[in-house]
Design a protein around this ligand. Structure first.
Ligand code: MG
Length: 367
């Protein structure tokens, strides 16, 4: 099933809440997403999506997805879309790094493999574990009072896991964690995600000041070494995210006991194939995972659902339904949150059908 054409579509995804703010004053109001179509010689077409969290979160930016596909795409024509490991070797040989560029192509090929096999991607990834996937809600950075007031609203929508965007002024962040903690009910889980925003001494002050709170600490500082230092000085459950951007870094962090939970994002690692390898390693080592992506719409959300639902339930910490954050639906059939949870589609492949009237004409075609 040779790759005959690769097309990229650009779509803007505005946010219901107007904007999304996190550490260091970073903010996005409209996400720039790229939908990738892979067409095969047999007429089966697969879909993927890549949506960086702006250009200042990971080494990825929206135009870079398109530029990368323009560079890489011609070198993949004729390759078997269903031979996904072979294709990944080809992508890595043809373009060093740029994991996020490869993610949408890899995702589309899983969609093709599933459609060809007549099976949902979650079955191909190991089989559905449990009834549903538990979701978290990110609480965009605002005043402590405003963030605390969001907890009841999101709990009414069914969420019981809350990820606070901190990583700002450490004194205000301490207030943010305290204010939100006061709103928690039994069974809720709270994560304070600094998104690399604290220096080491600031992070030390925060973890000491919230020592009596039941809160997970995620990616407090920029470097792995700084984070490990904080890890070694706190007994809060500890999550690494931005630093774990490759299998090599994951192995190092597992060997050094650097985290209790790891955040694995599809595009950060380079696609479902690479994430699967990392995920299976974490399952074997007993480290729980937040399984998600940097951002996205319906197609990314569908892919997250398949990846998460096929991960043993005991190894899942949480996941994200990005399609509920944005005002534009780019595909039919994507998972819809019900009571803070979602499920992977039972349809073949990713189980989505793009809304071509939303995608418009491709901005790039390789054939
Ligand atoms: Mg994070």
């Amino acid at each position: 099933m040779g790759i005959k054409a690769i097309r990229a579509y650009q779509v803007d995804l505005p946010l219901h809440e107007g904007n999304y703010n996190w550490s260091g004053g970073k903010s996005v109001s409209v996400f720039d997403s790229t939908v990738i179509e892979v067409e095969t010689t047999e007429g089966v077409t697969g879909w993927g999506e890549v949506c960086p969290l702006g250009p200042f979160y990971l080494p990825a930016y929206a135009d870079g997805v398109r530029a990368g596909i323009k560079e890489l795409g011609p070198l993949l024509l004729g390759y078997d879309a269903c031979a996904i490991d072979v294709l990944n070797h080809r992508m890595d040989a043809a373009l060093q790094g740029h994991a996020y560029v490869k993610s949408g192509i890899d995702m589309a090929c899983w969609d093709i493999l599933g459609k060809t096999a007549g099976l949902p991607v979650c079955t191909l990834l190991g089989g559905r574990s449990g009834e549903e996937v538990v979701l978290y809600r990110a609480i965009s950075q605002e005043s402590p009072e405003a963030m605390a007031s969001k907890v009841a609203k999101y709990r009414a929508e069914g969420y019981r896991r809350f990820q606070l965007k901190v990583g700002g002024d450490p004194d205000v962040d301490i207030q943010r964690i305290r204010a939100v903690s006061a709103e928690l009910q039994p069974g809720d889980r709270l994560v304070a995600d600094a998104n690399t925003g604290w220096s080491q001494h600031e992070a030390m002050r925060v973890v000491r000041a919230v020592r009596d709170m039941d809160v997970y600490i995620e990616q407090p500082c920029r470097t792995y070494e700084e984070c490990v230092s904080i890890r070694n000085h706190t007994d809060h459950p500890f999550v690494l995210d931005e630093n774990i951007d490759s299998l090599g870094m994951l192995i190092r962090a597992l060997n050094e006991g650097a985290m209790d939970v790891v955040n694995l994002k599809i595009s950060k690692l380079g696609g479902i194939t690479k994430l699967r390898q990392a995920r299976d390693l974490c399952v074997s080592r007993g480290v729980a995972m937040t399984l998600e992506d940097s951002w996205g719409g319906d197609i990314v959300t569908a892919a997250i659902a398949h990846v998460a639902h096929s991960t043993p339930e005991s190894s899942r910490f949480t996941s994200t339904d990005f399609n509920s954050y944005v005002t534009v639906s780019i595909a039919e059939g994507a998972p819809q949150r019900v009571n803070g949870k979602m499920s992977a589609s039972s349809e073949p492949g990713l189980g989505i059908t793009p809304r071509m009237e939303i995608l418009g004409d491709p901005v790039l075609e390789v054939r």
